[in-house]
Design a protein around this ligand. Structure first.
Ligand code: MRU
Length: 356
């Protein structure tokens, strides 16, 4: 990849360097994150976004919080643990839908508590937390690679694929989830091109997917969201590849708003609909998609576009940031542990085990 979505600079004090995705594609600028509040704000405003990326970023954010707690003059073990757990809870609250965020924060909080219970002093516990954040990061990079290898087998030479939102390197700390098979197919010498939905209201497809694919030399054609059904009906694409923010125990897939419509149109035109996501996106505690918390964002995102107001004053707005695609519309789920055709409860339980 020609860019780094996030990078940890070890300390103390550590720093998290984030490519500010709100500024792309016009500007490639980086944020230097030094504390929990700055990271919370960066996650909320989508400077860093995409389910796996916000999980990895938050893991490092817990390290920042734990470092700060350890540096406080006269910090007791109890005070350190309390502040570190507060940092994890604060980061988890930044966005509700992508389960990777809660998964990473809880994993870090569990380790902080276990270190405390084992009698570790803050400095030693901090070192363990940093190792854990690096492990979460490395697991994500490896998962992306593996999903790329497995998913590339679904792409034949000459394929065009449709994607929605951004499930690429910008959405993970590796080469992406939904776009990873495309990168691998391209690297293996297959000719592959991508139709990218622009993804209203925040234009992750136009601003981010088009930017990163073009930078990596993969032919990309931008369409508005309303054109996806037309493109599918015309037989222009042979497969759809998307990522996920949370997958329920029964296989229902929550992803960026508009994904459900793409899945319905793909089914209507017998185009395979593939979901690519690491196991950290699977939520065994949620029985089905109807229980997934859907983030609602501010009206301004819908009332205008790219900073320009486009609606008349006084108009009511509804702005759910995600939707749920029923498992029956998913041709296969590609994970780092394997490919699950027609995912359902028993197949996912067999792959992930209980409580994965
Ligand atoms: O609101 P965003 O930009 O964070 O939404 C991101 C998505 O919906 C992605 O498709 C999803 O996180 C999968 S990315 C690997």
């Amino acid at each position: 990849m020609h860019f780094k979505t996030l990078e940890w600079r070890a300390g103390p004090p550590g720093r998290l360097r984030l490519l500010d995705q709100t500024r792309l594609p016009a500007l490639e600028v980086y944020l230097e994150i030094e504390d929990v509040e700055a990271l919370h704000a960066a996650i909320r405003c989508l400077s860093v976004r995409g389910a796996p990326a916000i999980g990895v970023a938050a893991a490092y954010g817990v390290v920042l919080g734990a470092e700060r707690a350890a540096a406080l003059a006269g910090a007791t073990r109890e005070a350190w643990l309390g502040r570190t757990l507060e940092a994890a809870a604060r980061l988890e609250s930044a966005r509700p839908t992508a389960v990777n965020l809660a998964w990473a924060c809880r994993r870090m909080a569990r380790l902080a508590r276990a270190s405390y219970d084992a009698g570790a002093e803050p400095r030693a516990a901090l070192a363990a937390l940093e190792r854990e954040a690096r492990a979460i990061h490395a697991e994500d990079v490896a998962a992306c690679e593996r999903m790329g290898v497995l998913g590339a087998e679904l792409i034949q030479d000459g394929f065009a694929v449709l994607t929605h939102c951004n499930a690429g390197a910008l959405a993970t700390s590796g080469i992406g989830s939904g776009l990873a098979p495309i990168y691998h197919a391209h690297a293996a010498g297959k000719r592959v091109q991508v139709y990218a939905d622009e993804t209203r209201p925040l234009l992750q497809g136009a601003r981010l997917t088009a930017w990163e694919l073009a930078r990596e030399g993969i032919p990309v054609t931008l369409i508005t969201d309303g054109m996806a059904a037309r493109v599918l009906s015309e037989g222009r694409v042979q497969a759809v590849f998307v990522g996920a923010d949370r997958i329920a125990a029964n296989g229902d897939v929550c992803n960026k708003i508009g994904t459900y419509g793409v899945a319905l149109a793909a089914a209507a035109h017998a185009v395979p609909f593939y979901v690519v996501a690491p196991s950290s996106t699977f939520d065994a505690a949620i029985a089905d998609g109807s229980r997934i918390p859907i983030e609602e964002r501010g009206a301004d995102e819908v009332l205008g576009c790219a900073g320009q107001r486009s609606a008349p004053p006084g108009i009511a707005v509804y702005n759910p940031a995600f939707d749920v695609t029923p498992a029956r519309l998913v041709t296969a789920l590609v994970t780092e542990r394997g490919v699950v055709p027609r995912p359902d409860g028993p197949r996912l339980a067999a792959l992930f085990g209980r409580g994965a």
